[in-house]
Design a protein around this ligand. Structure first.
Ligand code: NMX
Ligand code: MLT
Length: 434
């Protein structure tokens, strides 16, 4: 079938049974201990969430329903021969666990297009905000402005049976993801292009329409957007944006509320805003040292950043312990399309220099680059110059992962999230024996 909802609906009963069986057979087994360091240290290393759509291996990086990024580049349908995957294909995979064929992806693209129009009041809300409002603030507010459309909130008010929750959450997910290219591009055009909006093109796929509505019509930029929107979708459940979306959704706040919460987390410089930070940092390097600094100059610049008590943006990770495969695939894209770009050369120079410096500090657990170290220079090359907008593009993609999981969280009947907290007093009493 090319109907995503009915393919998904068929899968739900078997997964519900599977979870019941897991609870019955293994419910009382231990998944690992919790140390005081873990309690104090941002819960690092605690396994505490069920997340079906993707899984992160510290060395190998992300797998989406078991598939690595290179595998998906080979197996997911593309818009042009041998082109980048269509994010709709990944969305199908995340929701159903199955690789889609071309017809299924085309049907999903068409479904999203049919839901894509933005109600007028959303742009009015955006325009009412102070002109200096950061694009991420506008994005989160724009998502909330769409909240009155929630079919889940309306169904809950009418008394929907909990077994049916996933259905209106699926509808909200589809409607919200469908509208994100229009919402993001409206923000882009308002902030940087005088509010001159561009209509969606009914012949384009979801990611290409995002580029198109922002004002970028050439095929290579649209290919970059397809890749970008595919690789940022999901990074298992514990990252701040996924976890925040999951947490808020667990209170049965609808997908608009929960995704907006996820965006507010993504807007932090240690998370998604790092892609903006990387660009600003590279510009500082270029301004101070020119286009072709020496290795020693770059080393000094990195040390100066560290000594001033700041982080090197785009490097490090809470879980990964090797170069992020999302960085690696963007590097491959750059080597193919922009090998001589000076900013790409600068990024490559940092790749040579930064890891050994971070290792030398003796405290950074992962000295390797993450996804955010590379994305900005690709966008720059294709003319998307405004780095304050980059995290919005990350957020558009992240919706696909976290909302696909939200459908499954409701289908599986996952409960309200509510871990236990303790005071320092409790820890001292417990271990000092007094
Ligand atoms: N530059 C400088 N110091 C760092 C870096 C870095 N890139 N990464 C980690 N450290 C420090 C960290 O601040 C901590 O210092 P202290 O003990 O003084 O508090 C120490 O090294 C140990 O931290 P880790 O356990 O290695 O890292 P953690 O899991 O706490 O944090 C990040 C992970 C991603 C927050 C951290 O590596 C970081 O701040 N990186 C730079 C920002 C960034 O690129 N974020 C984007 C992540 C990807 N994304 O899109 O979300
Ligand atoms: C992400 O994509 O969410 C980031 O790499 C952060 C993380 O996984 O912790």
């Amino acid at each position: 079938s090319t109907d995503l909802k009915s393919v998904l609906a068929e899968k739900i009963p078997q997964q519900q049974e599977r979870l019941k069986a897991i609870k019955k057979s293994y419910g009382s087994k231990q998944m690992g201990g919790v140390s005081v360091d873990m309690v104090i240290g941002g819960m690092r290393g605690i396994t505490g969430l069920l997340w079906e759509t993707s899984l992160l291996d510290p060395d190998e990086g992300i797998r989406f329903r078991g598939y690595s990024i290179p595998e998906l580049q080979e197996k997911l349908p593309s818009a042009i021969p041998d082109g980048e995957p269509l994010p709709e294909g990944l969305m199908w995979l995340l929701l159903t666990g199955e690789l889609p064929n071309k017809e299924q992806v085309a049907a999903l693209s068409a479904d999203l297009r049919s839901r894509a129009a933005l109600p007028d009041h959303v742009n009015a809300t955006l325009k009412a905000m102070h002109p200096n409002t950061h694009p991420m603030t506008q994005f989160s507010a724009g998502v909330l402005a769409l909240q009155p459309e929630s079919t889940f909130a309306a169904a809950y008010e009418k008394g929907i049976n909990k077994m049916q929750y996933w259905d209106p959450v699926y509808e909200d997910t589809m409607n919200l993801i469908a509208k994100l290219p229009a919402l993001a591009s409206t923000i882009y055009r308002n902030v940087y292009k005088g509010g001159d909006l561009i209509e969606a093109d009914p012949n384009l796929d979801w990611a290409a329409n995002l580029a198109h509505q922002m004002g970028f019509q050439d095929q290579e930029t649209q290919e970059l957007m397809r890749l970008y929107q595919t690789i940022h979708t999901d990074h298992e459940g514990g990252n701040v944006s996924a976890h925040a979306t999951h947490l808020v959704g667990s209170a049965l706040s609808d997908p608009y509320f929960s995704f907006s919460a996820g965006l507010n987390g993504l807007a932090g410089p240690l998370h998604g805003l790092a892609n903006q930070e990387v660009l600003s940092w590279l510009f500082r390097v270029r301004d101070e040292l020119g286009d072709t600094p020496s290795k020693d100059q770059v080393k000094d610049f990195v040390w100066a950043t560290l000594k001033s008590g700041r982080v090197v943006p785009g490097y490090g990770h809470a879980v990964l312990r090797k170069t992020d495969p999302r960085y690696a695939c963007q590097r491959v894209f750059a080597m193919k399309h922009l090998p001589d770009d000076p900013m790409f050369r600068l990024v490559s120079l940092f790749y040579e220099v930064v890891p050994s410096i971070l290792q030398e500090t003796g405290k950074v657990k992962n000295p390797w680059p993450n996804v955010d170290a590379h994305s900005g220079v690709l966008l720059q090359y294709y003319g998307i110059k405004e780095q304050n907008f980059y995290t919005v593009l990350f957020g558009v993609s992240r919706a696909i992962g976290v909302l696909s999981q939200a459908v499954w969280s409701r289908a599986l009947g996952l409960p309200i999230e509510r871990p236990k907290s303790v005071t320092m007093d409790v820890i001292e009493k417990k271990f000092s024996g007094t």
